[in-house]
Design a protein around this ligand. Structure first.
Ligand code: SAJ
Length: 408
C-alpha cells in the first residue's frame, strides 16, 4: 500500500524518508517547487543528525518528490499550522487546504492522517466538514486519523525510530491499520485512542514542558532577587527522588512549546490559569535578560550597548530554526526601548536576518566587550577560551573557568 506524505518540512520529510527506507512505497508532495527541486536534485533542506544517510537510503528505495497530490491508500498531512503571536490563535488553513486537495484525488477507502499539531477540536470543527462536503461519509468512505508527532529538533531521526506514539482514530480498526503503517519503522509503543484525545495529549505534553520551564525561570528570578545560585539550588533539589526541575534560560522559543499551551489558554481562559501565568513568565525572559545587560553595563561602566553582542539567534542549540527565538524576541523588545545597536552572531545562520549581524565569531568578539550567551551551541563550548577578557552574561550556565561571568 502506498502513502502520500503532504508537506515536506521538519516533520514530513523525515517521516516520509523513514517510511520509504522501511519498505513503504512513498511519494512526498509539497506545493513549494523549489523545495521539491532541491530534494529531486539529491539534497536535503535542513540539517539533522542522520538525515542525509536516511535520505540516501530512501532514494535507493524509490521515494519520489513532486508538487502533485497522488492517488494512494493513505495520506499523511504534515503542513505547518501558522500561529499569530498577537491574537494567540493558530490557523488551520494549511491543514484544511491540504485536505481539500486530497479530496480532489482520493478514492473511497483512503485514510487521511493529520500529523500537524492542531488546537484541540480542530479536526472535528474544520477537517471533518471539508471531507463531508465532498459527499464522503467519514468512517465508511474516508477514514480520518490524527497521529501527532513527538520528535525533538536536534535528535529527530533517533526519536522518530524510538519514541512512543499516539494514534487517534474514532474507528478502532482503522487506528490499528495506521498503527501497522507506523510500526514499519517505529520501535516505540503505539497507543490507539480517539481523535479528540490524541489532539489533547499532544498539546498537553508541550504544555507540561512549558509550565516546568516557567517554574525554573521563576526560580531564576527569585534567586536573582536575593543573589542566590539558582543552578546549585536546582542541582541539589534534583537529588531528591521525586524532584526534577528543568533549566532556566533566556526564554522559550520554537514552534511548539512557546505556542501550543496558548491553545488551552485561548479555549479555557477562566480555567487554564497556571498555564497562562507560566506562558507569561517564559515570555518575560528576554526582557529579563535585557535588564541584566543594563545592570552589567552599569556595573562595568560600559556606556554604549553597541559593545554588547548576543551569541545565538536560533531558538535552541545546534539547530538552524529561528522560529519564536528568544534572541529575536529580545531584539524586538529592545527596538521598542529605542536602543538599537546590539550585535548578533550565530554559527548556524549564514545569511542576514537582523541588523548588526556577524558571520564570523572572531570579528564578532573583537567588536564587543560583553558577550550574552543566548544559545548553548556546541561551538561556544568549543571556543570558550576566546571569551577570556570579555564580560560574559551566560544565560545557560555553560561557561566555566573564566572570570567576569554573570548569570540570569
Ligand atoms: N528550554 C529551557 N529550559 C529547559 C529546556 C528547554 O529554557 O530546561 C527552552 C529551549 O531552549 C527552547 C524551548 O525551551 O527555547 C523549547 O525547546 P525543547 O528542546 O524543550 O523543545 P522543542 O520545542 O524543540 O520540541 C518540543 C518537544 N516536546 C516535548 O518535549 C514535550 C518535542 O518532543 C515535540 O515533538 C516538539 O516540541 C513539537 O514539535 O511539538
Amino acid at each position: 500500500s502506498a502513502v502520500n506524505v503532504i508537506g515536506l518540512g521538519y516533520i514530513g520529510l523525515p517521516t516520509a524518508l523513514m517510511m520509504a527506507s522501511h519498505g513503504v512505497e512513498v511519494v512526498g508532495t509539497d506545493y513549494n517547487k523549489e523545495l521539491v527541486a532541491t530534494l529531486n536534485a539529491g539534497q536535503t533542506t535542513f540539517k539533522e543528525d542522520g538525515l542525509d544517510e536516511l535520505f540516501a537510503k530512501a532514494l535507493k528505495s524509490g521515494i519520489k518528490f513532486t508538487t502533485e497530490y497522488q492517488v494512494t491508500d493513505t495520506y499523511i498531512i504534515s503542513v505547518p499550522t501558522p500561529y499569530d503571536n498577537f491574537s494567540k490563535k493558530v490557523d488551520a488553513c494549511y491543514v484544511v487546504a491540504a485536505v481539500k486537495s486530497v479530496m480532489e484525488v482520493c478514492q473511497k477507502g483512503a485514510s487521511v492522517v493529520i500529523e500537524s499539531t492542531v488546537s484541540p477540536g480542530t479536526i472535528d470543527k474544520y477537517v471533518r466538514p471539508e471531507i463531508e462536503k465532498n459527499g464522503f461519509v467519514i468512517g465508511k468512505d474516508i477514514h480520518l486519523v490524527h497521529a501527532p508527532e513527538r520528535i525533538i529538533p536536534g535528535n529527530m531521526v533517533y526519536e522518530l525510530l524510538h519514541n512512543n506514539r499516539t494514534i487517534g482514530a474514532d474507528d478502532k480498526k482503522i487506528g490499528e491499520k495506521v498503527k501497522d503503517l507506523y510500526s514499519s519503522f517505529c520501535q516505540g509503543e503505539i497507543v490507539v485512542t480517539d481523535i479528540r484525545t490524541a489532539e489533547m495529549t499532544k498539546v498537553v505534553e508541550n504544555t507540561f514542558r512549558a509550565v516546568n520551564i516557567a517554574f525554573a525561570n521563576e526560580l531564576a528570578k527569585i534567586c536573582r532577587h536575593d543573589n542566590m545560585d539558582v543552578y546549585e539550588i536546582i542541582r541539589i533539589c534534583n537529588m531528591h527522588p521525586r524532584v526534577n526541575i528543568l533549566q532556566p534560560g533566556p526564554g522559550v522559543g520554537g514552534h511548539c512549546i512557546s505556542v501550543d499551551p496558548w491553545f488551552l489558554v485561548g479555549d479555557y481562559p477562566s480555567l487554564a490559569k497556571v498555564i497562562d501565568e507560566a506562558m507569561r513568565t517564559n515570555d518575560s525572559m528576554p526582557d529579563f535578560v535585557l535588564e541584566r545587560i543594563y545592570e552589567i553595563m552599569k556595573e562595568k561602566n560600559m556606556r554604549s550597548i553597541d559593545r554588547v553582542g548576543l551569541y545565538g539567534l536560533t531558538y535552541k542549540e545546534n539547530v538552524d530554526d529561528m522560529r519564536e527565538s528568544p534572541t529575536l524576541q529580545l531584539l524586538e523588545s529592545q527596538k521598542r526601548h529605542l536602543a538599537p545597536g546590539l550585535k548578533v552572531y550565530d554559527p548556524f545562520i549564514t545569511y542576514d536576518v537582523v541588523e548588526n549581524q556577524y558571520h564570523d565569531l572572531d570579528t564578532f568578539l573583537k567588536d564587543i566587550d560583553l558577550v550574552v550567551v543566548m544559545v548553548k551551541h556546541n561551538e561556544i563550548k568549543e571556543n570558550m577560551a576566546k571569551l577570556r577578557g570579555k564580560y560574559v552574561l551566560d544565560c545557560h550556565n555553560i561557561i566555566c573557568d573564566l572570570p567576569d561571568v554573570y548569570h540570569l
